[in-house]
Design a protein around this ligand. Structure first.
Ligand code: CA
Length: 225
């Protein structure tokens, strides 16, 4: 499950990012409307949390543009205003729900769960590939009777590999989804984490292997099963 947070109050954006990450969502953060729109247009998100008052491009314009471009990702508007004007405008522009600041993080999580359920995304079903299952709650890989709890980044990488099983995941995809868009300092760590994951798959005696596609990226391979 990937969530985009578009919010210019850095402290709030980071707090939302931290709480969502703790819940095992993969989170990207954009601090202005223009950047948020660029990320959102990739269509790679299960849900977008969108502030209305944003620098460069306001949230309602971002939302309108997304819907015109037929990006139907569920959008939860975050509004500082208690007035109903923005809310009505927002819903007219194609928002799925809104939350007035300040809000409790528990309520935010409940809204995110409700929105992703409504859109037919099923966060409670643990992703599977061949003989492995990812336990989203525990952040673990299960294989038969064995399981191993992964570090947060390892788990996010594994989730990305499983969600794109049969396709190649590039280093750039990992950096973007796991490390965040504006941090390239960890670029070389992708290989290190892949080697950790390979060791753990071996320990589990899984048939699943992470194959290297030289110069392109990585993909899961389930052998003959
Ligand atoms: Ca704002």
């Amino acid at each position: 499950m990937r969530i985009l947070v578009v919010e210019d109050e850095i402290g709030l954006a980071d707090a939302i990012g931290a709480i969502l990450t703790k819940e095992k969502y993969i989170v990207d953060i954009a601090n202005d409307g223009r950047t948020g729109l660029d990320y959102a247009l990739t269509g790679g998100y299960d849900c977008i949390l969108l502030d209305i008052m944003l620098p460069k491009m306001n949230g309602l314009d971002v939302l309108t543009y997304l819907r015109v471009r037929e990006v139907e990702t569920p959008v939860l508007l975050l509004t500082a205003k208690s007035g109903t004007d923005d809310k009505i405008k927002g819903l007219d522009c194609g928002a799925d729900d809104y939350l007035t600041k300040p809000f409790a993080m528990g309520e935010l999580l409940a809204r995110v769960r409700a929105m992703t359920r409504r859109k037919g995304v099923t966060p409670d079903i643990n992703p599977k590939y061949k003989d492995i299952t990812l336990d989203l709650k525990k952040g673990a890989i299960i294989c038969g009777v064995n399981s191993i709890v992964l570090g947060r980044k390892e788990f996010q990488m594994m989730e990305l590999l499983v969600s794109k099983a049969g396709q190649i995941v590039t280093k750039e995809d990992f950096v973007k989804k796991v490390w965040g868009n504006d941090d390239d300092s960890e670029y070389n760590n992708v290989e290190v984490y892949i080697s950790f994951l390979r060791k753990k798959l071996q320990l589990l005696h899984s048939v699943v292997q992470i194959k290297t596609r030289r110069g392109i990226g990585y993909c899961l391979d389930g052998g003959m099963i």
